[in-house]
Design a protein around this ligand. Structure first.
Ligand SMILES: Nc1ncnc2c1ncn2[C@@H]1O[C@H](COP(=O)(O)OP(=O)(O)O)[C@@H](O)[C@H]1O
Ligand SMILES: [Mg+2]
Length: 263
């Protein structure tokens, strides 16, 4: 497959200044993501995943470095970047008192679809994301998995070329996590959307991503396919991704996390 980068970064960095001093959240990231690729951006809590995503989605200005997203320069063409991407934040962003239908239609209107088209797009997205029976329910009454589906539907409203998902399954039960995985796979297969997914779940990264970039302390510490990383760092292609991750970062799974194989 001919590889065309749809996203590139050069020395992308972000420092936060707080009362206690400076935090170097992202310390210079160079990467390239191909069109149609499903990238797993993996790392422990505090590694700099969300900060990187917030920069790539124009929500946070980099302290240093450059990036192109969907062919646009992040610093000079932020509006063009925003129309080419969809973003699901780690915390989600729907209004609890609104109905699913109202949220989806409002989102479509925000992307400047005329009213009739916004209504049609709402129905279409609901069908695609299995939300049709929930359209008249208040967002506050949705289960965690249903709410994630709504978050993803909202991010797909304008048919983005790149979909950024920040920890899409954190906090979901195993069944709902598997549903989100299926959904992300289907979106990718049906529309060829490039997916940039952050996670701290190794099994998720292993199951979903074409390629992994492992970050720790704001830097890329390893990248490759799951098989490559297992062979290179885990000692053999049969190594688990968990052992491989420990070999790379020198750290084991978090004890307080109930989900399977988290780091
Ligand atoms: N707005 C902020 N102000 C100060 N520090 C921040 C801010 N956002 C993130 N950080 C710090 O930057 C580091 C990386 O955070 P984050 O990108 O959220 O990591 P991850 O998403 O990988 O868990 C952490 O040490 C975090 O506390
Ligand atoms: Mg995060």
């Amino acid at each position: 497959m001919a590889a065309t980068p749809i996203l590139t970064t050069h020395d992308l960095a972000r420092t936060f200044t707080t009362k206690r001093g400076t935090v170097e959240a992202v310390r210079g990231i160079d990467m390239s993501v191909d069109a149609g690729e499903m990238l797993g951006f993996l790392g422990p809590n505090g590694a700099g995943k969300s900060t990187t995503l917030r920069m790539l989605t124009t929500l946070l200005a980099p302290s240093r470095g450059t990036a192109t997203v969907a062919g646009y320069d992040l610093a000079r063409e932020p509006t063009a970047v925003r129309t080419a991407i969809g973003y699901v934040a780690q915390s989600g962003g729907v209004a609890p008192e609104e109905t699913v239908r109202a949220e989806l239609t409002l989102q479509a209107r925000m992307y400047r679809l005329p009213k009739a088209e916004a209504i049609a797009r709402t129905e279409e997205l609901a069908k695609d994301l299995d939300l049709t029976d929930l359209l008249d329910r208040k967002c506050s009454q949705l289960s965690g998995g249903q709410r994630r589906r709504l978050d993803i539907a909202m991010a797909l409203t304008h048919r983005p070329r790149i979909l950024f998902l920040d920890e899409p399954t954190t906090g979901l039960d195993p069944g709902s996590r598997a549903d989100v995985w299926d959904l992300v796979r289907r979106i990718r297969a049906e529309s060829g959307t490039t997916v940039f997914l952050t996670t701290h779940y190794l099994d998720e990264a292993d199951a979903l991503a074409d390629r992994l970039i492992i970050v720790d302390g704001g830097r890329i510490v390893a990248e490759g396919t799951s098989e490559e990383l297992k062979a290179r760092y885990g000692g053999s292609p049969d190594a688990t991704l968990q052992d491989t991750f420990i070999a790379i970062t020198g750290r084991g799974p978090k004890k307080d996390d109930q989900a399977p194989v988290a780091v």
